[in-house]
Structures are given as structure tokens and as C-alpha cells.
Ligand binder design. Structure first.
Ligand code: DAH
Length: 358
């Protein structure tokens, strides 16, 4: 717009040009500041027109009107549109300046492993269950058939939160005992069974805690995934077939698995499952300590005492369970030699493995 010759109007021409560069809230507040019915600058100028000398009134009134229309057109042109680059250049904004980099997040390798593992079991008809990280002695140990003098209860392994005299609240009418940070996800087996009648098919991800030093193969807090399947007529063949199927889905259909006998108080018989080392494919390397195998989980047929403690008829129902270390699985997947890479919060790991960019 050409200058009007009235300085008080012409000094608004800069603001007229700038309308093209504003966005969102700044644009709207400028519109109100200029054209608003109450505080608008142009509205106020127009109101003064009738008070002017008749000689001045005509040409001044026309100039204010032209300016007002120019502003209206400028705001109209901007409605719903971003400023154009040429308009920005006109007021000295350079869009080719490098912007600030944003942080891009990434899933932690253990989170990713947990999600992938849960997804496979979900497709097999398992539900996801969770439980609290603070449990009592009964749920964490005794309901799971640990004897009273089991070394895992030792305060060297278990992080107790309350002393022996302080009785915690029991679940399902059973005595609670001391409160502790759960040492495994297995107490959620008991919680699941106490919550309703069989059958059960659940996987239970969560963090667990042990009074262990932070060294290449131990962490004081780490992730586990528990699995439980209880129904009529479930046998060892279901355990072996389901877990082998899982390994073939998670790793590859060609990955070798082996079951070794083991011992857990809450399963009988008990076993451990090894998968072929994903780094050397069985030939032996430092990550698998030259054995060619990586242990990923403990498993077994649920001990009848556990079913009874959780109120399930052990004559009628049977089941199998497993406890997996998704950290181990992630270490194997990515060839990590030290568990501390996973649990020490080092951003360099996420940058490399997760694709996080800073
Ligand atoms: N709770 C065991 C641990 O933390 C792992 C485990 C082994 C869980 C065998 C199970 C199982 O459910 O059947 O070492």
C-alpha cells in the first residue's frame, strides 16, 4: 500500500507488511490489536473521524479506511496459511538457517525384547498380567513351595523392607510375613490363580530385585517375564512344544534349543532352556563362554503344592511355568558381553542399538 501522507497512519505500514510473517497466536493477537472492536488501533482512529474538521474529514477518513481494508485483506490472506518464504525474506527471516536438532527417542533393547516376547505369547492365546514390585514373604516364597530355611530368603539375596515382627497383610487368608522387593515375577503366578478359577494362560513382565553386585552378569534390578499355563490335561509335552515354538518365532526357525534338567522349589520336574548362541551359532565364542549355548529361562511343571496353595484343585488341573530373562535375550540378540550396558542408563547404547539420534 502506498503511504497515505499521514504519519500516524503511515507508521502502521510496517505492521501491515509483517502480518505475512506471523503465525498462530501472534497473528491472532495482532489482528485484535489492530482491528479489534474494543482495543483495535484502527477502530479507534476511525471513531475519531466524525470529530474532525469537515475540511480534513473526507481525505483522512478515506485514508484510514484504505488502511483498514489493507489490514483486513492481509489477515484474510493469512487465514489458515503458513507464511510464504518470499514474505519472510522481505522482513529478514532466513528459513535456510540450520534448525535446532530434536532428540529422537528409541525403545530400550530390554523393552523391545519384552514387547516382542509378549506379542508372540499373545498370539498363542496368553493374556498379559502384572503384579506389584513390593510383595510379602508368603507370595514371594512360601506359596511357591520354598522351604522356610531356603537360602534365597537370606538377606544377602533378598531386599527386605520390613522386619520380622511387622506382619504384612496376607493375601487369600494366608499369613503375609515380612515385606520385600520381589526377587522374581513368580509371585504373580499365585496372584493370578487366587484371582479366579482355572484355566490360566498368562505372561507376566516386570522388574525384580536382588541384593547382588552390579557385575558383568548380575544386576540388582532386572527384568523378568513369567509364564503360566494351567488347565486340565496339560503335560510336559505342552511346555516343550510351546517354548520351542516361541524360540523359533523369536530367534529363527533354524535356532537350536535344548532343555536341561534343573531344580526350582515351585516346579517338578524342572528344567532350563538353552538356545544356540546367536553370535557364533554354536561354534563357541566369548559371549557364550565357548559352550555354543545361551541359557534364557527356567521352567517346569507347576508343583502340586503351588496349585494347592493358590486354591487350585491339583487332582484335576496341572500346568507348566517359565521364568525368562529378557535382558539375557537382548544381550544375545545384540551380542552384548556385559549386562551393565543394559541397566546402567548409558545413552550411547540407545544411540547405537535403538536408532536414537542423540
Ligand atoms: N523364578 C525363577 C527365578 O527367578 C525363574 C523360574 C524358573 C520361573 C522356573 C518359573 C519356573 O516359573 O517354572 O530364578
Amino acid at each position: 500500500m502506498e503511504p497515505t501522507g499521514y504519519p500516524e497512519l503511515d507508521h502502521l505500514l510496517g505492521r501491515l507488511a509483517a502480518v505475512a510473517t506471523l503465525a498462530d497466536e501472534a497473528l491472532e493477537s495482532e489482528r485484535i490489536a489492530l482491528l479489534g472492536r474494543k482495543q483495535g488501533v484502527l477502530t479507534a482512529l476511525l471513531k475519531r473521524v466524525p470529530e474532525l474538521d469537515p475540511a480534513e474529514r473526507k481525505s483522512y477518513g478515506a485514508a484510514v479506511n484504505r488502511l483498514k481494508q489493507a489490514f483486513e485483506a492481509a489477515f484474510e490472506a493469512r487465514s489458515g496459511q503458513e507464511p510464504k518464504e518470499s514474505q519472510l525474506a522481505a522482513v529478514g527471516l532466513d528459513l535456510t538457517m540450520p534448525g535446532r536438532r530434536r532428540w529422537v527417542g528409541a525403545e530400550h533393547p530390554v523393552t523391545k525384547a519384552v514387547a516382542d516376547i509378549c506379542e508372540i505369547f499373545k498370539s498363542l492365546g496368553f493374556a498379559i498380567a502384572v503384579g506389584p514390585e513390593v510383595e510379602d514373604e508368603w507370595l514371594n516364597f512360601f506359596a511357591l513351595n520354598f522351604p522356610e530355611n531356603h537360602p534365597a530368603l537370606d538377606s544377602h539375596d533378598t531386599l527386605f523392607l520390613s522386619g520380622p515382627t511387622e506382619a504384612a497383610q496376607g493375601v487369600g487368608g494366608a499369613p503375609g510375613g515380612r515385606l520385600l522387593l520381589r526377587t522374581h515375577t513368580s509371585p504373580v503366578q499365585i496372584r493370578t490363580m487366587l484371582a479366579g478359577p482355572p484355566p490360566y494362560r498368562v505372561v507376566i513382565p516386570g522388574m525384580v530385585y536382588r541384593n547382588d553386585p552390579f557385575d558383568p552378569s548380575h544386576a540388582p534390578a532386572f527384568a523378568q517375564i513369567e509364564g503360566l499355563a494351567v488347565d486340565e490335561g496339560i503335560g510336559l509335552v505342552d511346555l516343550k512344544a510351546t517354548l520351542t515354538h516361541f524360540v523359533h518365532r523369536f530367534f529363527s526357525p533354524a535356532t537350536k534349543v535344548r532343555f536341561r534338567p534343573s531344580y526350582f522349589p515351585f516346579t517338578e520336574p524342572s528344567g532350563e532352556l538353552d538356545v544356540e548362541c546367536q553370535l557364533c551359532h554354536g561354534s563357541g565364542c566369548p559371549a557364550c563362554k565357548q559352550t555354543g549355548w545361551m541359557e534364557i529361562l527356567g521352567c517346569g511343571m507347576v508343583h502340586p503344592n503351588v496349585l494347592v496353595n493358590a486354591g487350585v484343585d491339583a487332582e484335576r488341573y496341572s500346568g507348566w511355568a517359565f521364568g525368562m530373562g529378557p535382558g539375557r535375550v537382548a544381550m544375545n540378540r545384540y551380542g552384548l558381553p556385559d549386562i551393565r550396558y543394559l541397566y546402567s542408563g548409558d545413552m550411547r547404547l540407545l544411540r547405537q542399538l535403538g536408532g536414537a539420534d542423540r
